[in-house]
Design a protein around this ligand. Structure first.
Ligand code: FAD
Length: 470
């Protein structure tokens, strides 16, 4: 039944998407078996590439009528297995929906198709002195860390964040309007260019819903004038708990950094072993990277105050980085930290949990212990300002059982995050990898309420099945 439904679907989709708009060959489908989640695979039956809202609507309607699962796909950088077709079905790729449709400076918004790459908006706006609101327009300093690859549609589906969320908030805070395609193929426009909307917050509902309610076809995103200057501060610490306490001290001082990132010794070793080495101190147990912004004199003054707080909080060294080229190099090193893990271990599982900031040190020690008791090393690179941890559990998939141990350690770390008063995801979504942990965070009634909302949008359960709900 499924086989004939797929061939019927593919034949009809080719009529309006063209030969190149529908992939069915084994070798082509292989590319879509995985995303950024190295520990998970799943096989799609067909991949389609609409170019417009109308084509996306037609293709979704067709799949819905045939009863085929529908999985949205941006650039496939999800770290929770969000876009992996675990039940098979049709992948709707936004790779050809890659146009910036309008820049409206009066309303300070950009209208973009879902497949536009996050960083393209900045590249386009740079000459106008504007930037995507979540972004500083500073190369390697845009959010999320995957901004040069990931799509706006994917960012919306996961409600992505990044280093600057401490000041600017996450993706949902940058959205004014969305064009979505419901599972039936009906198109709905929600929000608009204006600031305030009455009634239920439908943008908030769709954002972070991981493609389980509807597909995002277009978005109206906030843009803001680019800040005049920014200054980077680099501090090193002899132990993790002191670094954790220094983060809280900076915030309590009333300073408002745009970014506060922490890297532990193993993470520093990884980046300093590769092409993005930036002279980060390898002898430190923890390195804190902070950025402040404003007019140049204002940013410099703020940087001096922050440096003083760090010294008083026990930093063993503090440097205010005046040279913009060196600052860019330091942030590039931070941004490349995940990729650099290859220098210290062949494979890794990256987790994404949050904890109340004052529990930072405790959570980091628990993360290390969860790895150590299974004979695995854990590196930490994370958004310290908003208590968003990213433990990277290193393993070697050539050694039988290590992958499973790494996944187990990751789950133990996320459970510890919840016990410390945090969550199982700060920005990477629940996806497939963390769905069994959802009951650790929510009561049964709350999960039932979420499922009831899904049923309103997707009564046949065809949108990204197998994700979020255990
Ligand atoms: C090196 C690296 C660094 C990263 N850094 C960060 C970071 O700093 N912050 C952060 O939050 N994340 C980060 N990520 C995770 C990832 O980049 C984000 O989750 C990103 O938003 C995914 O975008 P994508 O285009 O790759 O989406 P995909 O991986 O293709 O899809 C992600 C999810 O969105 C759904 N989806 C995709 N497009 C649509 C659409 N148009 N409509 C509805 N659903 C859709 C998919 O089904 C899937 O569930 C990082 C990943 C890597 C590999």
């Amino acid at each position: 039944m499924r086989r004939s439904a797929i061939s019927g679907f593919a034949k009809k989709a080719r009529e309006f998407l063209g030969e190149e708009g529908v992939l069915q060959e084994e070798v082509d489908l292989l590319v879509y078996e995985q995303d950024g989640t190295l520990a998970l695979r799943g096989k799609a039956d067909v991949v389609v590439f609409p170019r417009t809202v109308q084509e996306m609507a037609k293709v979704v309607e067709l799949a819905y009528n045939y009863g085929i699962p529908i999985i949205g796909r941006g650039s496939g950088t999800s770290l929770s297995g969000g876009g992996v077709p675990v039940t098979g079905g049709v992948i709707v790729s936004t790779a050809r929906m890659n146009k910036i449709l309008e820049i409206d400076l009066e309303n300070e918004v950009a209208v973009v198709q879902a497949g536009v790459i996050n960083d393209w908006i900045n590249a386009y706006l740079a000459r106008m002195g504007y930037q995507y609101a979540i972004d500083l327009g500073f190369q390697y300093m845009a959010d999320p860390g995957s901004q040069r690859v990931s799509t706006i549609g994917g960012n919306i589906a996961h409600n992505s964040g990044g280093v600057k969320c401490f000041k600017y908030g996450v993706t949902v805070n940058q959205l004014r309007g969305l064009t979505i395609v419901l599972p039936t193929g009906e198109v709905r426009r929600i929000g608009g260019k204006e600031f305030e909307q009455a009634g239920y917050d439908l943008i908030g509902l769709i954002t972070g819903s991981e493609g389980t309610l509807a597909l995002v076809a277009e978005a109206i995103v906030r843009i803001v004038p680019t800040y005049e200057s920014s200054v980077t501060i680099l501090a090193k610490f002899a132990d993790l708990p002191t670094a954790g306490r220094a983060v809280s001290a900076v915030i309590a001082s009333g300073a408002m950094p745009v970014a506060m990132e922490l890297m532990d010794k193993l993470a520093v070793e990884a980046v300093e072993s590769g092409p993005y080495a930036a002279g980060l101190p390898k002898d430190a147990e923890a390195v804190l990277l902070i950025q402040v912004e404003g007019s140049l004199p204002g940013a410099k003054e703020e940087a001096s105050k922050v440096a003083e707080v760090l010294r008083r909080s026990g930093a063993s060294g503090v440097e205010i980085v005046e040279d913009p080229a060196r600052a860019a190099k330091i942030w590039a090193a931070r941004k490349q930290a995940f990729g650099a893990m290859g220098f210290v271990g062949p494979n890794y599982v990256v987790e994404d949990g949050t904890i109340p900031r004052k529990k930072l040190a405790e959570a980091l020690m628990l993360a290390r212990a969860a790895g150590a008791k299974r004979g695995l090393r854990v590196a930490n690179v994370f958004h310290a300002g908003d208590g968003n941890l990213h433990p990277l559990i290193l393993y070697d998939e050539r050694k039988p059982g290590e992958r499973e141990k790494a996944i187990e350690a990751g789950e133990e770390i996320l459970e510890a995050c919840v016990e410390l008063g945090g969550t199982i995801t700060g920005e990477h979504g629940v996806g497939y990898m963390k769905k069994k942990l959802l009951p650790k965070m929510y009561r049964r009634e709350e999960i039932e309420l979420m499922k009831a909302i899904k049923a309103v949008f997707d009564p046949k359960g065809l949108m990204n099945p197998g994700k979020i709900f255990p």
